[in-house]
Write a protein that binds this ligand. Structure first.
Ligand code: NDP
Length: 462
């Protein structure tokens, strides 16, 4: 039986980082993956999604180009071309993940890992390795990094719907798509399919999309969406889906019935714990998640840790899982571990234009700080002046009145994600509004607005 210092279950972003750092520093490390090397982000999430976002933006650019003197027009769209090109790139990335792990000295197991007891795992066949023989391994430390999967609503006809895992391999582009949910995935795919020319019906139960983001930002985002072709059905619940001759009918609580070719449920994700048998190791799940201590990723059982989406500790985002994996590997090697500022994790939603934030929303900030200075700016970006494209950029600073520390930076507009990554350094460093004010702007950009907001929009008192 093989024995390891560390065995990581799941080769997604967090698991790969943890295994690689530990192995590079001399530990005997193994990792098991049952489905895709690189996990959700590389195979069924961030990377293919972003490629699709890029694809969806060219039509709009072709529409705007004549305003700048170009004699071009988009003649049509080839979905199969995109899917094949995307698959080639993902295959390349899978290979990079495998060779990166091997080079670091990590032993790879392809198959499904489950607990026999707190130090013993069984690796059995999986989709990726259907003929794999069972193997038993032992490890001093085990890291659960199995990620999460999309959740389907339990409404009649739910079996007719697809989830985000399916969208990356659709044989045909749906000409009409109904999207349920207004979180990250719902927003992003509403933008992607609208950009690719599909008729999009977007259904969500809140009055504003993107719950959890700054409310004023959400209002401005709704305004941006109103200039798109997307048909919004807000404040309503989906009730059932029925198959009809030419597609499906989606019935809404408000009485509307939408005819569509495809229903996408973008209604959250749940942790991948089904085949792990954590109970054999003595771990009890909490609301379906593996409970861990936020500080050190420890579960209730000595030597077993969990990171990423399978826990419910942090934002379920790739960079936080990577940071958790890195920190855990360093700590297992006896180091203190580098410092990460999880609370100032920036967030972006890749609509066109994107929405991005770092730090506190106004609603969060007022719970912790008595008085706030709020600065906002809304303007038509220079690029849209010649084309006449509608939809304003919006930028907002949330500042603690007393200390003048900038608590939150929020934006909707072209390159918002790229811009907010830079401002995340400022918020992490605890910089003040005075630091923003003494920074010289970079002209002409949208980003310079963040350092030229001189006039207070309003004060807010608790
Ligand atoms: P989210 O949690 O972001 O959004 C789920 C959506 O489904 C919400 O609109 C929610 O409504 C709605 N919903 C949940 N249950 C029901 C129900 N019973 N009936 C009707 N609507 C319902 O999940 P996503 O699936 O969009 O994304 C999953 C996670 O993946 C994200 O939270 C994020 O961590 C990650 N992700 C990150 C991306 C990025 O960084 N750009 C991109 C994609 C995913 P309500 O708001 O009312 O709860």
């Amino acid at each position: 039986m093989q024995e390891f210092d560390l065995f990581v279950i799941g080769a997604g972003s967090g698991g790969v980082r943890c295994a690689r750092i530990a192995a590079q520093n001399g530990a005997r490390v193994a990792i098991a993956e049952r489905r895709h090397w690189g996990g959700t982000c590389v195979n069924l999430g961030c990377v293919p999604k972003k490629l699709m976002v890029y694809a969806s933006e060219y039509g709009r650019e072709a529409e705007d180009a004549p305003a700048y003197g170009w004699d071009i027009a988009a003649k049509g769209y080839d979905w199969q071309h995109l899917i094949k090109a995307k698959d080639r790139e993902i295959e390349r990335l899978n290979g990079i993940y495998v060779s990166m792990l091997e080079k670091a000295g990590v032993q790879l197991f392809t198959g499904n890992a489950s607990f026999v007891d707190a130090n013993t795992l069984e690796i059995s066949s999986s989709d990726l390795a259907p003929n794999a023989e069972k193997q038993i391994v032992r490890a001093k430390n085990i890291v659960i990094a199995t990620g999460s999967s999309p959740t389907r609503l339990s409404i009649p006809g739910a079996e007719h719907a697809i989830v985000s895992d399916d969208i990356f391999h659709l044989a045909e582009q749906p000409k009409r798509i109904s999207i349920i949910g207004s979180g990250y995935i719902g927003v992003e795919f509403a933008g992607i399919f609208s950009g690719l020319g599909s008729k999009v019906d977007w259904v969500y139960r809140q009055d504003l999309p993107l719950r959890g983001f700054d409310e004023e930002l959400r209002k401005h985002f709704t305004e941006v969406v109103s200039h798109s072709e997307i048909n919004v059905h807000a404040s309503t619940h989906p009730q059932k889906i029925e198959k009809i001759e030419n597609g499906y009918e989606l019935f809404l609580e408000n009485g509307k019935v939408i005819e569509t070719d495809c229903v996408l449920m973008a209604t959250g994700r749940h942790p991948n714990v089904q085949s792990l048998h954590v109970e054999r190791a003595g771990i009890a799940l909490k609301d379906g998640y593996v409970p861990t201590c936020l500080e050190d990723a420890k579960t209730s059982v000595k030597g077993i840790y969990a990171i990423g989406d399978v826990t419910d500790n942090l934002f379920n985002l790739t960079p936080t899982a990577i940071a958790e994996g890195h920190l855990l590997a360093e700590r297992l090697l006896g180091e203190e571990g580098r410092e990460w500022s999880f609370e100032t994790t920036p967030k972006a939603v890749f609509f066109t234009p994107p929405v991005a934030s770092v730090g506190m929303s106004e609603e969060e900030a007022i719970k912790h700080h008595h008085n706030l200075d709020i600065y906002t700016s809304s303007f038509t970006p220079l690029r849209q002046t010649l084309s006449g494209r509608k939809g304003k950029a919006f930028m907002k600073l949330v500042v603690d009145t007393q200390s003048q520390v900038v608590l939150g930076v929020h934006m909707i507009g072209t390159d918002a994600a790229e811009i907010i990554q830079g401002f995340a350094v400022a918020v992490t460093a605890g910089l003040t509004k005075r630091d923003f004010d003494r920074t010289i702007g970079l002209h002409p950009t949208s980003a310079e607005e963040f350092v030229t907001m001189r006039t207070l929009t309003r004060q807010r008192n608790a």
